[in-house]
Design a protein around this ligand. Structure first.
Ligand SMILES: Cc1ncc(COP(=O)(O)O)c(C=O)c1O
Length: 402
């Protein structure tokens, strides 16, 4: 390969770290090692049968051709219905965009809007892709650390302090990957009050874990809480997590028409429309029965409870209670500086995650990937048996540290 083939813009980004851990765990498994992976970012449930059936029907009807770039009229209608019904948000078809996953929606939005040096406020810990997508768009991520003591949530005064004349976007994610933190109505109202003072700042809210909420919590999204922000908010969602449809690749958003048009332009020169078949299946997901969502969230809640109980029994680990999503984000600061049985020092959460993979044969993702250390993320999107087995092994490995 000739030197200089790969563009400099790739120097600033890295492949998704959670995918890197998953890949290493798969390699170990292929080599015959019994690895338990707690690194998955996808539900372990099957896509509900009525959604699968809708895909077959679409193919039989001949819906196998190109569609409008950012979604069929029928799907946009279903998305508009979802936003109205579940979030009290009114979006017309020209204010809705459909793409190959929420990730592509976010990519389209940032690529369509960032000029070199534009700032994007990213509360940490954050989903790994946010900062890299900002960098690909030549923007500048302004990472604001949100500590465990703050519930891993952005406080209004921290938002105010982070805003400059170059701020283009605030990225919000509720419920959060990796912490499971969920913003209450009041907390969103507090952020909204700051944003009302700064009309040049737009908000991208990633609500993809909306339906995975614990302890009877209800979901709020910022454009619903403060309607005066609706014209500068992109409300992002998708079917990957709620409907166990990660492989179908459909995400969607509601937002101001000029932004939606610009996003379609980006998509028209990259992937064109998302799969016509997946779009038809998504209509069935959004308009079909929703009664399985609650039991599904309760199943995640039971796993969260068990995982918390086991983790908190491990000396050296503490863990905040996640309010939604399917991750836990234990704090491992007490283990930093300790030594592995072979004498190597654990200097960071990267070291600890590698140690857990080697010693406990459990794959987790290091907190450094999410911009707030020392922590690691475990996913509970796996069976109770495997959660118990994995955390048991983590406990033994931690005990072996000196
Ligand atoms: C916070 C967050 N946003 C977006 C995504 C991507 O979702 P999609 O499958 O719709 O691209 C993920 C997936 O892990 C996520 O955790």
């Amino acid at each position: 390969m000739s030197v200089g083939l790969i563009a400099p813009r790739l120097d600033v980004i890295k492949p998704s770290p959670s995918m890197a851990v998953t890949a290493r765990a798969i390699e170990m498994r292929v080599a015959g090692i019994d690895v338990v992976s707690l690194s998955a970012g996808e539900p372990d449930f099957a896509t509900p049968p009525h959604i699968v059936e809708a895909a077959y029907e679409a193919m039989r009807r001949g819906e196998t051709r190109y569609t409008a770039v950012d979604g069929t009229a029928a799907l946009k209608k279903a998305v508009a219905g979802k936003f109205r019904r579940e979030n009290g948000l009114d979006y017309g078809p020209s204010q809705i965009s459909v793409a190959g996953g929420a990730k592509q929606i976010i990519y389209n939005a940032l690529l369509a809007t960032l000029a070199s040096g534009d700032e994007v406020i990213v509360p940490a810990p954050y989903w790994v892709s946010y900062t890299d997508i900002v960098l690909l768009g030549e923007g500048k991520p302004v990472v604001v650390a949100c500590t465990e003591a703050e519930g891993f949530k952005l406080a209004p005064q921290a938002l105010r302090a982070a805003i400059t004349g170059r701020t283009k976007w605030l990225l919000l994610n509720t419920p959060s990957n990796p912490t499971g933190a969920v913003y209450s109505r009041d907390e969103l109202a507090g952020l909204a009050a700051v944003l009302l003072d700064h009309p040049h700042v737009h908000v991208l809210t990633d609500d993809i874990y909306e339906h995975i909420l614990f302890d009877g919590r209800s979901f709020h999204t910022i454009a619903g809480v403060e309607p005066r922000l609706k014209d500068r908010t992109l409300t992002v969602n998708g079917v990957s997590k709620a409907y166990a449809m990660t492989g179908w690749r459909i995400g969607y958003a509601g937002g101001p028409e000029p932004l939606i048009r610009a996003m379609a332009t980006v998509q028209s020169q990259s992937t064109s429309n998302p799969s016509s078949i997946s779009q038809a299946a998504t209509i069935a997901a959004l308009e079909g029965p929703q009664d399985f969502l609650r039991p599904q969230a309760l199943e995640f809640q039971a796993r969260r409870d068990r995982a918390l109980q086991l983790l908190r029994a491990i000396p050296g680990l503490t863990c905040q209670t996640p309010e939604g999503a399917f991750y836990l984000y234990p704090n491992c600061s007490a283990l930093i500086g300790r030594r592995r049985p072979d004498g190597t020092q654990i200097g960071s959460d990267d070291d600890l995650s590698l140690y857990l993979l080697d010693q406990a044969r459990v794959a987790v993702v290091q907190g450094s990937a999410y911009g707030l250390s020392p922590h690691f993320r475990i996913s509970i999107a796996t069976s109770m048996d495997l959660i118990e087995k994995a955390i048991g092994r983590i406990g033994e490995a931690v005990e072996a540290l000196r």
